[in-house]
Design a protein around this ligand. Structure first.
Ligand code: FIX
Ligand code: ZN
Length: 412
């Protein structure tokens, strides 16, 4: 039998050439003006690096937060890049971006890097980033409870084929008392209990926003104790409001399970942490609501294998991404291997979670390389039997992973 094909170079080329639809980001179209973060100071002052600089240097929270973004970036650059090597994934990511934009990393001249970004318009930079990262589109996180976001899209969303909408509704599942005050202020007749009238009004609120922004999915981040329950406020919200609306508009409910909000509030956005979720919640929702579709990502590494097994049991469950604290090379490789081995190509292997436009460049450069390596191993395994994988088939497979599975699952 002739030697199995060495497909590795071909797989890396095909994966690199396959445009990606990034299913979860915190990016915005220019319609949202300053809510779209970009440039070197936002890159360096990313909350991942904020957490790391407080580990590295004796800082006072209030003093740090009182600094303008450029001073925060100067301090982080000094502490994490100059006074020690930038080895963390978040630090490395900054350097990957600068390299991709053709900047001289040997200079380590932050003001010089700033001049590059200052010379660009946001529209021009969006083109540069999407082309460099080879993205077809990103899905935004559109939160109607954020006052700035509401203002920006009160009149509806200007369609933009590169920035696709999702509707993010955490306050409905995490803070009903806070959410209902806002809903009442917006003219929805809601009360403290999620009874028949209030549930109908919450569904009206969701319908109004689905009409306004036409989201590809509804999404909520959920605490580790998330459970399939019907008699708690959270359970009633999901059972009586969210899932019926998702069925009515035929869109998935994206569950991001396992976040512990603000374990250190003084770190603000950097203060969230992780907790192991209960896979029973995923199994029971998928089983009890067969007419709903669930996009699921879990934040704890300890939930990943059982999430893969659950996905084998329920066609209405699609696993996505290596979320947040899992978005590191060693864990991306581990998760991608077990997913391909248990689910074949029926998975959305990654999302970027980018909060700063430029991060698309590094998050996808790093992930593409790992996913391509694992894919090449899997093709080598099957081709060692004498099976042949053609370039067209590898392109077909890559398209499934990087856009097709998601587009089919959301009905795009
Ligand atoms: O809930 C989420 O969408 C999380 O991804 C964010 O809250 C988190 O801050 C983040 O950006 C992680 O990468
Ligand atoms: Zn996110």
């Amino acid at each position: 039998m002739n030697a199995p094909q060495d497909l590795r170079p071909l797989v890396h080329r095909v994966v690199g050439e396959t445009p990606i639809l990034d299913v979860h980001t915190h990016l915005f179209t220019p319609q949202f003006a300053d809510l779209l973060l970009w440039g070197i100071d936002e890159l360096i002052a990313y909350h991942y690096l904020v957490a790391e600089v407080f580990q590295a240097a004796p800082l006072k929270y209030d003093e740090f937060w009182a600094m303008p973004k450029t001073e925060q970036a100067d301090l982080i650059w000094k502490q994490l890049f100059l006074e020690r090597s930038p080895l963390s994934e978040a630090c490395r990511g900054v350097l990957t971006c600068l390299q991709a934009f053709g900047l001289d990393l040997s200079s380590r001249n932050l003001d010089g890097y700033r001049e590059y970004f200052a010379s660009k318009s946001v529209e021009e930079h969006i083109d540069t980033v999407f082309e460099t990262a080879n993205l077809s589109a990103v899905v935004m996180t559109n939160n109607p409870f954020d006052p700035d976001e509401r203002l920006a899209c009160e009149g509806g969303l200007e369609p933009d084929s590169r920035f696709l909408p999702s509707l993010r509704i955490d306050p409905l599942t995490m803070d009903w008392d806070g959410a209902r005050e806002k809903l009442a202020g917006w003219g929805y007749d809601v009360g403290p209990e999620i009874d028949r009238r209030t549930a109908a009004e919450v569904r009206r609120f969701l319908s109004d926003w689905i009409a306004r922004i036409k989201p590809l999915y509804l999404a909520a981040s959920l605490a580790p104790d998330y459970a399939c329950e019907t008699e708690t406020p959270r359970g009633r919200m999901v059972d009586r409001c969210i899932l019926p609306i998702c069925r009515q508009y035929d869109i998935p409910f994206a569950n991001m399970i396992g976040v512990k909000k603000l374990v250190n509030p003084k770190l603000r956005l950097a203060g969230d942490s992780v907790g192991k979720g209960d896979i029973k919640a995923v199994e029971q929702y998928c089983s009890r609501y067969p007419d709903n579709r669930f996009l699921v990502t879990m934040l704890s590494r300890e939930n990943q294998h059982e999430l893969c097994v659950a996905s084998r049991k329920f066609p209405n469950l699609m696993v996505f991404g290596c979320w947040w604290f899992l978005n590191d090379p060693s864990i991306i490789e581990e998760l991608t291997r077990e997913r391909f081995e248990l689910l074949g190509l029926s998975v959305i292997p990654q999302h970027s979670d980018a909060r700063v436009l430029d991060q698309l460049v590094y998050k996808w450069a790093h992930s593409r390389r790992i996913i391509a390596d694992v894919l090449a191993d899997k093709y080598a395994d099957v081709c060692s039997t004498g099976w042949k994988a053609t370039e067209d088939e590898i392109r077909r497979d890559a398209r499934l992973l990087f856009s097709g599975n998601f587009e089919r699952f959301v009905g795009k």
